[in-house]
Design a protein. Structure first.
Length: 199
């Protein structure tokens, strides 16, 4: 052998390695990596990534994403979303269920615009318009119109008209007339059935 060589190695080399190399690596390389690379990576790359990339990503990309993108997204996009959007959402909204950071536009969340949520417009939620919720219009909820709820009209609830409740007319409740409720008189109401005091 020559100099400090041992076992057919030259210089500081050991086991067929040169310089600080070890196991066929050059420079700081280890395991066939170059520069600061590790495991066949370049720069700060790890696992076939370049730059700050990780897992086949470029730039600060991760998982085949570009820029700050993640999961095939662009910009700050996440999960097929653009801009700060996440999961088709715009504004400050984000599909945090998928572990994404709030990448939404406006106050939107989950593919919603404006204050919308879940494909709703305006203050709508769940395909509802205005203050509507669940396919309801106006103050409606659950396919109801006006202040109606559950297919009821006006202030009606459950197929009841006026202030009626549960098929009752006027202040009546549960088939009772006048201020009576369930055979009761006065300000009493059939609270056992979950009805509010119908004076």
């Amino acid at each position: 052998m020559r100099g400090r060589e041992a076992d057919g190695v030259r210089g500081r080399e050991a086991d067929g390695v040169r310089g600080r190399e070890a196991d066929g690596v050059r420079g700081w390389e280890a395991d066939g990596v170059r520069g600061r690379e590790a495991d066949g990576l370049r720069g700060r790359e790890a696992d076939g990534v370049r730059g700050e990339e990780a897992d086949g990503v470029r730039g600060r990309e991760a998982d085949g994403v570009r820029g700050r993108e993640a999961d095939g997204l662009r910009g700050r996009e996440a999960d097929g979303v653009r801009g700060r959007e996440a999961d088709g959402v715009r504004g400050r909204e984000a599909d945090e269920r998928e572990g994404g950071r709030p990448m939404v536009r406006g106050r939107e969340a989950y593919g919603v615009r404006g204050r919308e949520a879940d494909g709703v417009s305006g203050r709508e939620a769940d395909g509802v318009r205005g203050r509507e919720a669940d396919g309801v219009r106006g103050e409606e909820a659950d396919g109801v119109r006006g202040r109606e709820a559950d297919g009821v009209r006006g202030r009606e609830a459950d197929g009841v008209r006026g202030r009626e409740a549960d098929g009752v007319r006027g202040w009546e409740a549960d088939g009772v007339r006048g201020r009576e409720a369930d055979g009761v008189r006065g300000r009493e109401a059939d609270e056992r059935e979950g009805g509010r005091p119908m004076e």
